[in-house]
Design a protein around this ligand. Structure first.
Ligand SMILES: Cc1ncc(C[n+]2csc(CCOP(=O)(O)OP(=O)(O)O)c2C)c(N)n1
Length: 538
């Protein structure tokens, strides 16, 4: 008879889960053993639970299947919480399996015990705990359904050590995937009428198009209806940026001219997105009087700040499909409006070359990387000001992928690149990271090296937590507090991982950087980045 752990692993494999990420713990030895015996699941051992969790988030972004991460009780779960938060903010399906104390110790403040239903209540979609081995098939099936259904997100399953090792008599269950109902014909007709009547529409595309096939469906829909497309926060790779209909992203703060134009739209079609503070430019857009159609798979995200003329709790792709028969009547002429949005986006992409005495202006480096990116490259970004030009200045062309944490979590970049390089060994994988973020989870480079996975690391060394320093200079000019970094010798540090290194100290080193990016194989390019170039001018 299988153990509960074996049943759980069997369920995951039956859903096509072929990889899981972990930091081992004595609290889930039986689960590790079940994986040892399993031929179809590759277990990737990381060096911190945050790293393992970020790898699982990135893998889920690339595959469309839930990322699976295994961690130990207490300290392990605490470290993993950053990935749970990121999966929630990024709308990524994630299953966090936590080895728990034995049942006799539950709720007795035993060694390393945490009540995960309390701990993760605010950030996970669902938290479960098995108190009997026969519950495990049901709970893992529920975890899977919760992570993948509606707006995807993180779930947590607490598994007491003794429960995992016990025989399980309950049968493995098939997976249930909840599909939101397609829109009613009357709603489809109303939406088509709104689209036909709109003179200055804009389509705001969000997480729902991350699902397999979503990008193609979005492109076909925008073209069929002649709709300019903006993407929600940090989802630049959803739509070909070179396309005449691409109008840019909703970022930390868009240029004023672009905000003015967006505010003149007479119809905002927000498809498959949650309207967050960032996407709405600080709750200012849609502005009063602008017509809003909001489509999101879960009704709990509709009607928050913005009254919608039409609010549909539906799958955005199903809505698009339902509109297809109406496309023959789509208006063709919105030339001036579309061209205006396009021109504003292109103006925003321009980089004015700059020479700075304290190092290289990083925006130029991002443009250099853009030139050297393969047509199917995957670029992962950590949080930091070095990332800004990748969001605003670089043009993304699917199937290129930009894996960036919507949550803004530092430490995401390197583990995400490791997961990407393992998933797609044939694709160019680039990780851009700051000197702050790289020392948080950069040790995960060891995983890539151990498995022969190739990453191009672009390390921006400016001796500062510059994003925060920028805020500091704005509010407290000249009073530098807590934001300076004393860095190690990064070239030696990267060499210690057996990664070939390249020092990029001045503009004269940039041609060598471009050549190294075009060459196959791993690389760590350490760029002496100018701080002056990003600090507010005094
Ligand atoms: C885990 C985490 N801790 C703190 C922050 C706040 N934060 C955002 S950006 C940043 C500085 C990033 O510094 P660095 O990696 O050196 O990049 P830079 O901004 O200098 O380009 C900090 C501390 C965060 N977003 N995530």
């Amino acid at each position: 008879m299988p153990t509960a752990a074996e049943q759980l692993v069997g369920f995951l494999a039956a859903q096509g889960i072929d990889r899981a990420f972990c930091v081992p713990g004595e609290s889930y030895i039986a689960l590790l053993d079940a994986l040892h015996a399993h031929p179809r699941i590759d277990l990737v051992t990381a060096h911190s639970e945050g790293g393992a969790g970020f790898m699982a988030v990135a893998d889920a972004k690339l595959t469309g299947r839930p990322g699976v991460v295994l961690v130990s009780r207490g300290p392990g779960a605490c470290n993993a919480s950053i990935a749970v938060h990121t999966a929630e903010q990024d709308a990524v399906p994630l299953i966090l399996l936590v080895g728990q104390v034995e049942r006799r110790d539950l709720r007795r403040r035993a060694f390393q015990e945490i009540d995960y239903t309390v701990m993760f209540n605010g950030i996970a979609k669902w938290v479960g705990e098995a108190t009997d081995p026969d519950q495990v098939p049901e709970l893992i099936a529920r975890a899977y359904a919760m992570a993948t259904g509606g707006v995807p997100g993180p779930v947590v399953l607490s598994l007491p050590e003794d429960v995992l090792a016990m025989p399980c008599t309950a049968p493995m269950l098939p997976a249930t995937i909840a599909r939101p109902a397609p829109p009613a014909p009357a709603d489809t007709a109303r939406l088509a009428a709104l689209l036909r009547a709109a003179e200055r529409p804009i389509l705001l595309a969000g997480h729902a198009f991350e699902a397999p096939g979503g990008r193609d469906a979005l492109l076909a829909f925008a073209e069929a209806w002649n709709l300019p497309v903006a993407v929600s926060f940090r989802r630049q790779d959803l739509f070909p940026n070179g396309h005449a209909l691409y109008a840019g992203d909703l970022g930390l703060r868009n240029p004023d001219a672009q905000r003015t134009a967006f505010a003149e739209a007479d119809l905002i079609l927000a498809l498959g997105t949650r309207l967050t503070d960032l996407t709405t430019q600080g709750w200012t857009w849609p502005a009063p009087g602008q017509r809003l159609v909001h489509v999101c798979a879960e009704p709990r995200f509709l009607g928050w700040q913005f009254p919608a003329e039409l609010a549909l709790a539906a799958d955005a792709r199903a809505v698009i499909a339902a509109l297809a028969p109406e496309a023959a009547t789509a208006p063709a002429a919105r030339g001036a409006w579309n061209a205006r949005l396009r021109a504003l986006h292109l103006a925003d992409c321009e980089v004015v070359p700059r020479t700075t005495p304290d190092g290289i202006a990083f925006a130029g480096v991002a443009k250099l990387v853009e030139r050297a990116l393969a047509p199917d490259a995957i670029l992962t970004l950590d949080a930091g000001t070095f990332g800004a030009p990748f969001y605003r200045k670089v043009q993304w062309h699917p199937p290129q992928r930009l894996l960036a944490p919507v949550s803004g979590a530092m430490g995401f970049g390197v583990p995400a690149a490791v997961a990407a390089a393992l998933r797609f060994p044939g694709r160019q994988v680039v990780c851009a990271v700051g000197d702050g973020g790289v020392l948080m989870t950069g040790a995960e480079l060891a995983v890539a090296v151990a498995r022969g996975a190739s990453i191009k690391l672009l390390l921006s060394d400016n001796g500062s937590y510059a994003s925060i320093r920028i805020h500091q200079e704005r509010t407290h000019p000249g009073r530098v507090s807590g934001t300076t970094l004393e860095n190690p010798d990064f070239l030696a540090w990267c060499r210690a991982f057996r990664v070939p290194v390249l020092a990029v100290d001045t503009d004269a080193d940039l041609p060598a950087l471009e050549a190294a990016f075009r060459a196959p194989g791993p690389l760590a390019a350490v760029v002496r980045t100018s701080l002056e170039a990003v600090l507010p001018r005094r």
